[in-house]
Design a protein around this ligand. Structure first.
Ligand code: HEM
Length: 478
């Protein structure tokens, strides 16, 4: 394989139906959207607690802290993981020209994963959470989830290792993600639970939290961007060299950043300093990746206006750059003195998880959905446009609102003002957060409705569903 071949636009096979189980992609996307609906409603519900309007106060099953965990676990494992899997079932066989290891296994994974997410949600509501940040999944779910991740790795690594075609950039990221995710999940869920305690467990918890973002979500997200962006723009990536820098930079620096969640803690200072330095280094790596993607867009800027998936992708990339830049400042001990434990962090988390990865996955669903349901077009471009603007503006407002709230809280705490003062000062910002949440939620429900109606378009009552064929679709427009 030459470098040039790996940098080229992935070639699509003539017939995809033997390679890609379209129904599997569709089901994963649908499941992802169902969990997204539950998760954002849970987020909205929890936000009402902050503004003292919690409608179901005093009922144990609705205790707000539990629904916070339904929100976070729902978006991560229900929405992001499902849509990632669907997109991988579409992309990996096309990149390798080989089907995944086993179609049966794929369906088994599908149902097992839904069972894992459901058991997690029910377990959390019943109060079975573990005291591990992002590892709250009940003890009885952890081994099943780990087994599921291993099966996912086998299913996708088989065609990747068997392919005799080019090893596209996307595939490097996918290989890394499959291996890292299994290791990260095992480390974060089992080591602090059973083997280590105290500051060591804290250090591992910090690594786990950030490795979930950096070694699971990030490589899958970028891998998919390296696949979908050149396909839609119909041109190769701007620089293969920069793709290499981006990948190896991520592999080298990202695993070390996690302890930046626990600065000023009893974790040895050299580890804390290491985390600060690698977090700042990541920003340089990210800049190379962003330059590469904007270099690729050069000459095709009109697609930002005319092609909605591309707009979702590039909005996500701008947000990605902003969050990483923000991260390289907020990781310093100087910034930490003010922002630690404040709403600044929650604003940051929403920009990363929703504004970047959520946007990329919504863009991917937008691009593939008409192909999956055989409708040839979206039911309504207007609804799609509303979805974009409501989600984008809602996310931006939530992010800026929580940033300012965080600064105010941080300064009030530093000045040792009474706790109640910081609550009173935060109230207007929490109100705005709920409103921005409503914008996001309404946007998603418009999208779900549009997906449903487009699916109905593709399958008029009694008519056999058409097998979607590549290239037959008009691009989703704004
Ligand atoms: C796909 C959309 C969303 C994603 C990916 C997402 C992601 C997250 C994440 C990662 C956190 C944890 C933050 C942290 O611990 O620092 C969080 C917390 C939270 N989210 Fe969301 N969120 C989404 C939508 C929403 C919506 C629509 C609302 C409605 C207002 C909302 C309200 C909240 C609240 C209230 C918290 C808890 C904040 C706290 O404990 O102080 N989220 N969300």
């Amino acid at each position: 394989m030459t470098q040039a071949s790996a940098a080229a636009v992935p070639k699509e096979p003539p017939a995809t139906s033997d390679l890609v189980d379209v129904r599997l992609v569709l089901w994963h996307f649908t499941a992802g959207m169902v969990f997204l609906a539950v998760a954002i409603l849970a987020g909205f519900l929890f936000s009402l607690q902050f503004i003292q309007r919690y409608p179901v106060a005093g009922i144990e099953l609705f205790s707000p802290g539990r629904w916070r965990m339904v929100h976070t676990n729902g978006v991560a494992y229900g929405f992001l993981a499902n849509v990632f899997l669907g997109a991988l079932y579409w992309a990996v066989p096309r990149l390798t020209l080989r089907p995944v290891y086993s179609r049966r296994l794929s369906w088994f994974i599908f149902f097992a994963w839904q069972a894992v997410v459901l058991a997690t949600a029910v377990g959390l509501v019943l109060g079975h959470a573990q005291a591990l940040e992002w590892g709250e999944t009940p003890v009885y779910v952890d081994p099943v989830a780990l087994l599921g991740l291993m099966l996912v790795a086998v299913n996708f690594l088989a065609p990747i290792f068997q392919t005799s075609g080019p090893m596209y950039v996307s595939l490097w990221y996918f290989i890394a993600a499959f291996i890292w995710t299994v290791l990260v999940y095992a480390m974060g869920n089992f080591l602090p639970q059973y083997f280590v305690g105290g500051a060591a467990a804290g250090a591992i918890g910090g690594l786990f939290i950030h490795d979930l973002v950096g070694l699971f979500v990030t490589p899958l997200g970028w891998g998919l961007m390296y696949y979908f962006v050149p396909i839609i723009l119909k041109k190769p990536m701007w620089s293969h060299g920069l793709s290499l820098v981006g990948f190896w930079g991520l592999a080298f620096f990202y695993p070390l950043t996690g302890i930046h969640h626990f600065l000023y803690s009893p974790i040895p200072l050299f580890l804390q300093h290491g985390a600060v330095i690698t977090t700042i280094a990541i920003e340089f790596v990210v800049t190379t990746v962003i330059i590469n993607f904007f270099g690729t867009l050069a000459g095709r800027g009109d697609t930002l206006r005319t092609n909605l998936p591309i707009r979702w992708f590039y909005t996500g990339m701008v947000f990605y750059f902003v969050t990483c830049l923000q991260c390289s400042f907020q990781t310093t001990l100087t910034f930490q003195k003010i922002i630690h434990f404040t709403d600044w962090v929650v604003g940051h988390a929403h920009l990363v998880m929703l504004g970047v990865f959520g946007f990329w996955l919504l863009g991917i669903i937008l691009y593939l959905w008409p192909r999956l349901v055989g409708s040839n077009a979206w039911y309504s471009d207007v609804l799609n446009s509303w979805h974009y603007w409501l989600t984008m503006l809602g996310t931006l407002i939530m992010f800026l609102d929580l940033l300012v709230a965080g600064l105010i809280q941080g300064y009030l705490w530093r000045d040792l003002s009474p706790w109640e003062d910081s609550l009173r000062a935060s109230m207007p910002f929490w109100l705005v957060r709920t409103f921005s949440g409503v914008m996001i939620t309404v946007g998603q429900f418009m999208f779900f409705w549009n997906c449903y109606k487009s699916w109905r378009l593709g399958a008029p009552a009694g008519a056999p569903r058409r097998e979607p064929s590549r290239g037959s679709m008009a691009p989703a427009t704004a």
